[in-house]
Structures are given as structure tokens and as C-alpha cells.
Write a protein that binds this ligand. Structure first.
Ligand code: ZN
Length: 147
């Protein structure tokens, strides 16, 4: 089955691996029928290892996200928010609004709002708020800060 016009699907996770774990299968199916997919990690993934330093872990996880992007034929963007410290702030919401406006998705997938991890819950809140506020023209007017 193929689609006449490819959809643009944006999948937003809290950490570099959430999109793959939560939506890798559906992404493979979307890609197989020609849709475009972009993964976004809202945090840098610096906190989840017992031996590697945060800086070392960020490098490892960036390399992994690059491999995922290459294998699946997708874009993958990792934002600079710190892992384990994500809050649904206006600054973070504005960053996502700008990102959504740039990508122009037809569909956005993210974490459930009652997830076990605080970064996942914050990401869910941020994405839901950004996906609504993205239509409000004077919220995050075009500027270099969010370009
Ligand atoms: Zn996660």
C-alpha cells in the first residue's frame, strides 16, 4: 500500500531512545509506505548511565540517534534540555512551537500525560500545549532565537 501524498509525521520523545522504543515499529511502517518521519528528543539524554559521564553519554547517544536516522531514513533532532530536569516552561514550549512550525507536520505523536517518568510527563504537556498554541500568530513570532 502506498500513499498518494506523503504525510509528515513528527514523533517527540523526552530522551534519545524514546521515539525508537515507543514508535520504532510504526515508523518503519510509515517509511515503508513513503511517509516522512522526524524524531525529536526534547532532552540531551545525559543522565541515564552509571559509568559514563554526562558529556560522554551525550556523545554516545548522539551517535546512536545518527545511526537510527540513517537506518530508518528519517530526520532526528536532539534538543539541548537537560535530562532528568525537564519542566514544561514557556521557553521549552516556545522552542517546540518553533520546531513544529518549521517541520509542518500532519501528525504529532508523543508520550502519554500520565507516564511514569517526569521528563515524559513534561514532554507530553509541552507537546500538547505547543500543538494548540502553534496556531496563535503572535506566540513565538519569527525571530533568530528560535530559528
Ligand atoms: Zn525516556
Amino acid at each position: 500500500m502506498t500513499s498518494a501524498e506523503p504525510l509528515r509525521i513528527l514523533i517527540i520523545g523526552a530522551h534519545p531512545d524514546d521515539c525508537e522504543i515507543k514508535a520504532g515499529g510504526v515508523t518503519a511502517l510509515y517509511r515503508e509506505i513513503g511517509h516522512q518521519v522526524k524524531f525529536v528528543s526534547v532532552t540531551n539524554g545525559e543522565s541515564g548511565h552509571h559509568q559514563l559521564s554526562p558529556a560522554e553519554l551525550v556523545k554516545v547517544r548522539r551517535a546512536e540517534t545518527n545511526q537510527v536516522a540513517s537506518l530508518m531514513g528519517i530526520e532526528y533532532e536532539v534538543l539541548g534540555n537537560r535530562d532528568g530536569r525537564l519542566q514544561p516552561t514557556l521557553e521549552a514550549r516556545f522552542e517546540l512551537i518553533a520546531l513544529i512550525r518549521r517541520y509542518q507536520p500532519d501528525l504529532i505523536l508523543t508520550h502519554r500525560p500520565n507516564d511514569y517518568h517526569p521528563d515524559h510527563r513534561a514532554t507530553s504537556t509541552l507537546v500538547c500545549d505547543a500543538a494548540y498554541m502553534v496556531i496563535v500568530p503572535h506566540i513565538v513570532p519569527k525571530c533568530r532565537r528560535y530559528a
